[in-house]
Design a protein around this ligand. Structure first.
Ligand code: PLP
Length: 417
């Protein structure tokens, strides 16, 4: 067996399932069945899939008798570049600068296998912290070490890239960024991009920009994209940058498995080679549905409006008891617990489930202990992530239960024996 498999960490939901096993079983801790269960745990879109995508799939059933090219059809590539032009005002070459992917998850994994040269001593991949766990697994299986930059709540949860020392940057081959961030919802401003491009120029590493939440946002201005930042900063060739964009959240089709990558042609070419061997071509039915989805913006606006209404109603209820505010973007609330919780997000989440039958994700499961000296900590500790993916009524009901629970919460270590 590949010994690197042994380095993988269990997925946050596996850890949560193990932790809650005693609560959902019939024990003294049984989830309170006076309340119907509500899950804000998993970040899976639950709004309806637009009919136009389903119709395009049916119409695309022809073509199953041939192998699709890994690079996708020209029509599909033009749908990507047309969308990038409309959304970010960037000119991207359909022949050399885009590729279809089977959802961004597989592509975020595959890019590390393409980019990382583990034969160079100390090969390192840098990730934000907290982070989407695929980044870490991709780095480990590529034979690299992982270095984490902790998110700083005092700076809208921006990752503290400055805390990574020069020696680590010098060994870095790949940097993952996530903007809008999961779980923080923070969007990286242009100045942060400038800093990362400078570092990339100095040390030669690739930047993989995960942008799968880019279309769910709450301010007037849409989130800045990586390609857009590069173009604004005089890098029209997107040197050493590859951006990952997905239909899953934008168009409520996580089951379709469709997204694309765009960026530096010098990265896209070896990525296509890797993907050809890996066998990750997009089938013609998914291609047809994807073309329809990228070419339509009305369903995206309607979807965004649903999230805006929901967040406008739910956030104030939770802000009365938790340290939380409307994020820049995404569909999560990333909330700090009150002092009474003593920073123990796991105990808080388990008690909430047991007493009010609401599942949330303890923040410490989404992050690793990182940083040096006195600054070393798990930046998810003392926080919970709530995915507002269900309907507004269900999310509001969960918020009211969480508020009631939080007002009287004392961890068992602080209650009288
Ligand atoms: C930050 C982040 N990136 C990427 C993905 C993968 O999305 P998909 O593979 O559906 O495009 C997710 C899914 O939850 C995510 O949260």
């Amino acid at each position: 067996m590949n010994p690197l498999l042994g380095k993988l960490h269990p997925y946050p939901f596996e850890r949560l399932r193990a932790l809650t096993a005693g609560i959902t079983a019939n024990t003294a801790n049984t989830a309170n069945t006076a309340y119907r269960p509500i899950s804000l745990g998993i970040g899976e879109p639950r709004h309806a899939t637009p009919a136009l995508i389903e119709q395009a799939m049916l119409a695309g059933l022809k073509g199953l008798s041939v192998y699709p090219p890994t690079a996708g059809s020209l029509e599909l590539r033009l749908a990507f570049t047309g969308w990038l032009q409309r959304r970010y005002g960037v000119a991207v070459d359909a022949a050399t600068q885009v590729l279809p992917v089977g959802g961004t998850r597989e592509a975020l994994f595959a890019i590390a296998q393409t980019v990382v040269d583990a034969s160079r001593p100390g090969a390192t991949v840098v990730c934000p912290n907290p982070f989407y766990q695929i980044y870490e697994g991709a780095a480990l299986l590529a034979g690299a070490e992982v270095a984490f930059a902790n998110s700083d709540p005092a700076r809208n949860f921006a990752a503290d890239w400055a805390a990574i020392d020069e020696a680590t940057w010098a060994r870095t081959q790949l940097l993952y960024v996530c903007s809008p961030g999961n779980p923080t919802g923070a969007v990286m401003p242009l100045a942060e991009w400038q800093m990362l491009f400078d570092l990339s120029d100095r040390h030669g590493f690739v930047i993989a920009s995960d942008e799968c939440y880019s279309e769910i946002y709450f301010r007037d201005e849409p989130p800045l994209g990586g390609l857009e930042a590069a173009a604004k900063l005089g890098r029209p060739d997107f040197r050493n940058l590859i951006a990952f964009t997905s239909l899953s959240k934008r168009s409520n089709v996580p089951g379709l498995r469709s997204g694309f990558v765009a960026g530096d042609a010098a990265l896209i070419e070896p990525f296509l080679l890797y993907r050809t061997y890996h066998g990750s071509a997009m089938g013609p039915v998914v291609q047809a549905a994807s073309v329809a989805a990228w070419n339509d913006e009305a369903h995206v606006q309607a979807n965004r409006a649903l999230y805006r209404t929901k967040f406008a109603q739910v956030t104030p209820v939770l802000a009365e008891v938790l340290d939380v505010a409307l994020p820049d973007a995404g569909f999560y609330l990333w909330a700090g617990l009150p002092a009474a919780a003593g920073g123990d997000d796991i105990a808080f989440a388990l008690a909430l489930l047991a007493q009010y039958n609401v599942a949330v994700l303890p923040g410490s499961l989404l992050a690793r202990e990182a940083g040096s000296g006195a600054h070393r900590h798990n930046p998810g500790r003392g926080r919970i992530r709530m995915a507002l993916v269900a309907g507004t009524d269900e999310c509001l009901e969960a918020a009211h239960r969480i508020a009631e629970f939080t007002r009287s919460y004392l961890p068992s270590s602080q209650t009288a024996p």
